[in-house]
Structures are given as structure tokens and as C-alpha cells.
Design a protein around this ligand. Structure first.
Ligand SMILES: O=C(O)CCC(=O)C(=O)O
Ligand SMILES: [Mn+2]
Length: 212
């Protein structure tokens, strides 16, 4: 594990130079760099960029509507709806490539998923604010598998109880981050802006246990 992959002061259990697990204070994550080769990651990036009908959602914060600073698209089973920041969204049907990726991730992680939220960060000005994926639709202690394609971006965690407790990863092209246990109930995460970053697509595979 090199310093460039992880900055923080948690105990880290290195599985290999490119894989590590952090399990402490409710944070429970596993990061695998080069989960797919750069060649495959670049190919998937190009396919998704052209095949998905990207949307820019609105969120309501303190009664004011804002456009999210990224584009996104949500796929899942036909019965699914999801409420996020007072917006209820209906899942779009699965497309071939996300379904193939889902199956590959299920095999690698041993966890089953039934939906994916795909985010497209057009450049370093796009971002994802502090939040936790702790909606009731995801059940208790959800497992979320997050595949990164394209530009490297920082990924920060902070404890919900004590915002001064923070940890930071760099999510690289072709990497897979798995978050589980109490990660969503006890921690928040965000992707800050990054000057002059190129474009990036992130897929977070989730298992919805109920509709909203
Ligand atoms: O872009 C990422 O790496 C994370 C995306 C995320 O946290 C989300 O969509 O809930
Ligand atoms: Mn999230």
C-alpha cells in the first residue's frame, strides 16, 4: 500500500500492494486498484459515455431547487423507485454493458445487486457533496460496490458523529471500492471538485430491498 492510495491514520490490512481493507470505527471498506485493466476501463468508459442518455437531476436543499453538479442515470428492476432529496425517481431498464459489469462484480464480491446509479463527472468542476447512501430502500448495512472509470478523483470519508474524523482515498481508473457494514450509517462520503481533472464515470451497484 502506498501513501498515494490512502491518506489517513487508520489501521490498514494490506492484502497486496494494490488492495487494502479498512475496518475501524464503523468504516468498513475494501479498495482494489486495477480491478479491470486500463484498456477495459477505457473501453467501458467510451461505451457508457455514448450509450447512456445522461440526465441532470434537481435536488431540493432548504426549499431551493438546484441542478446536481454531475449527470447521472439509474438502472434497476422495473418495480424500483428511489427517493433522494425529496425527488422520487423511477429505475430505467437494464442495458447490456451495466448488466455484464454487474455480473462480473457479483462474482468477484459474492454479493448480489439489483440496481446501479451511474454518475458522469464531465470535468473537475463536477462533484458529489457530502452524503451517505443510507436511504431505507437500501436496508440496514447495505453493501455498495463502486467502479471508477476515467480520471482519478479524491474520495473523502468523514464520521457522521465527529466531522473532524476524516479519511481520503484516490479512486483510480479501473478500481473497485466496496463499502459495507456500518459505513453508510456511521460515515458520509463525497467527491470534491478537482482542478483540471478529466472526465470520469462511476457506477455504484446497490441492492434495493424495497421501493419508496
Ligand atoms: O463518484 C463516486 O465515486 C461516488 C458516487 C456516490 O457516492 C453516489 O453516487 O452515491
Ligand atoms: Mn454515495
Amino acid at each position: 500500500m502506498s501513501k498515494s492510495h490512502y491518506q489517513g491514520n487508520l489501521f490498514v490490512d494490506p492484502l497486496s500492494s494494490e488492495t487494502f481493507v479498512l475496518q475501524r470505527e464503523g468504516l468498513d471498506i475494501r479498495y482494489q486498484e486495477n480491478w479491470v485493466s486500463a484498456e477495459i476501463a477505457d473501453y467501458w468508459f467510451d461505451c457508457l459515455l455514448s450509450e447512456i442518455e445522461w440526465q441532470q437531476d434537481t435536488v431540493t436543499v432548504y426549499g431551493k431547487k438546484h441542478l446536481t453538479p454531475r449527470l447521472s442515470y439509474w438502472m434497476g428492476e422495473h418495480w424500483m423507485s428511489y427517493t433522494y432529496s425529496r425527488n422520487t425517481m423511477q429505475a430505467h431498464p437494464w442495458q447490456d454493458l451495466p448488466l455484464i459489469i454487474k455480473q462480473k462484480i457479483e462474482k468477484a464480491t459474492g454479493h448480489q445487486f439489483n440496481s446501479v446509479l451511474i454518475n458522469y463527472y464531465r470535468d473537475g468542476q463536477d462533484s458529489n457533496g457530502w452524503h451517505a447512501d443510507d436511504e431505507p430502500e437500501l436496508g440496514d448495512e447495505p453493501v455498495i460496490a463502486s467502479l471508477s472509470l476515467g480520471a482519478v478523483r479524491d474520495f473523502h470519508f468523514r464520521s457522521k458523529r465527529d466531522h473532524s474524523k476524516k479519511h481520503k482515498l484516490c479512486l483510480r481508473n479501473g478500481s473497485l471500492l466496496t463499502m459495507q457494514g456500518a459505513t453508510q450509517s456511521q460515515w458520509q462520503h463525497h467527491v470534491p471538485k478537482r482542478a483540471s481533472a478529466g472526465s470520469r464515470i462511476n457506477l455504484t451497484f446497490r441492492r434495493m430491498v424495497r421501493s419508496s
